[in-house]
Design a protein around this ligand. Structure first.
Ligand code: AMP
Length: 318
């Protein structure tokens, strides 16, 4: 099923203990689209400024991503983000965020973007997420990501956006902050109980991203968790969450005839985990740009072997 994504298309300046890059291609929608393009057709929606070049568009083109709905705003500047990571890469400080062309952006979706069955509302102002959601009322599967900034300054709009989707993908700290519940499972259960005031289903899938510790899946039926794929060298975690989302949503989109069961979601979690693991091996989009499908398949098999154990029945004392 074709996928539409709305979110930031950015220039990122990033410093990690392993080096720094200035104004490299980034943005939540870009990282998502490159990962999801391994599974199905992807349409990207979002604005860029005069400073966004053919070279950046070509990165998406080469992976078959449809960039027709990337709007070039004359006289505008592309979204810019600058961040710096601590020595173990677990902490990140945002040094600068310039919304640029996102200020006053009114998404205008083409017929092809509107006809997608799958929609991903990547991290961006929740009002914009809701505007795009309302333009795809019949989408079969809608997922959303967000961040602490929007919980802080636009919580009501974010809650309304969450009530309009099927799947919420957030960091565990964000799930706790959003619900005010210190326990992750309780926080997820709370969000699973949210319902839109009018018609609609409300979220049925919660994914808690836990950085280098992996990710957990909480549905009404059950719980599942996977560790991150163990890498000895991590260079730049920027975009790992969006790449994870691209793997998860892309895998679901590639199975149009399957029910959204926990079994399907577990396989989707494995693909998300593996895509994200490649993303962090190099700066920005560098590694995913030259990733081959067969490398993904091989790492999926490794992850499966790593996370399996036998029943090992033993008569326990006591
Ligand atoms: P992640 O590492 O998965 O959290 O995603 C990092 C990406 O999100 C970077 O490429 C940034 O351009 C983008 N980003 C950072 N802050 C924001 C924001 N406030 N709104 C939208 N995108 C953002």
């Amino acid at each position: 099923m074709p996928i539409t994504v709305v979110g930031s298309i950015a220039y990122d300046t990033v410093k990690t203990p392993f080096g720094e890059r200035e104004r490299m291609l980034g943005g939540a929608a870009v990282h998502f689209a490159l990962a999801a393009s391994f599974f199905d057709d992807v349409h990207v929606v979002g604005p860029v400024g005069d400073d966004f070049g053919e070279e950046q568009l070509a990165v998406m083109h080469r992976r078959g991503v449809d960039v027709t709905d990337i709007e070039h705003v004359a006289g505008g500047k592309t979204f810019f983000w600058q961040g710096e990571y601590g020595w173990d890469l677990n902490s990140r400080e945002t040094l600068d965020t310039q919304l640029g062309v996102f200020e006053g952006f009114e998404p205008k979706l083409s017929d092809s973007s509107r006809s997608s069955d799958v929609l991903f509302l990547a991290n961006i102002q929740p009002d914009l997420q809701r505007e795009v959601r309302s333009q795809l009322p019949d989408a079969r599967f809608v997922a959303l990501d967000s961040m602490n900034l929007w919980i802080d300054i636009a919580r009501d709009s974010l809650v309304a956006a969450i009530e309009s989707v099927d799947c919420v993908i957030l960091n565990d700290a964000e799930l706790r902050q959003l619900t005010g519940k210190p326990n992750l499972v309780a926080a997820a259960r709370e969000i699973l109980s949210w319902r839109p005031s009018g018609a609609g289903r409300g979220p049925s899938v919660i994914v808690a991203k836990q950085g280098e510790y992996g990710a957990a899946l909480i549905t009404r039926e059950g719980f599942f968790a996977l560790p991150a794929y163990p890498l000895e060298t991590v260079i730049d975690p920027t975009g790992a969450g969006d790449t994870f989302a691209g793997g998860l949503v892309g895998y679901i989109a590639a199975h149009p005839n399957e029910e959204l069961s926990d079994e399907l979601l577990r396989r989707a979690m494995a693909h998300a985990t593996v895509l994200a693991s490649f993303n962090v091996e190099e700066f920005g989009t560098e590694r995913i740009e030259r990733l081959a499908g067969k490398e993904v398949v091989a790492r999926i098999q490794e992850l499966q072997a790593m996370t399996q154990f036998s029943g090992a029945p033993l008569q326990l004392r006591g």
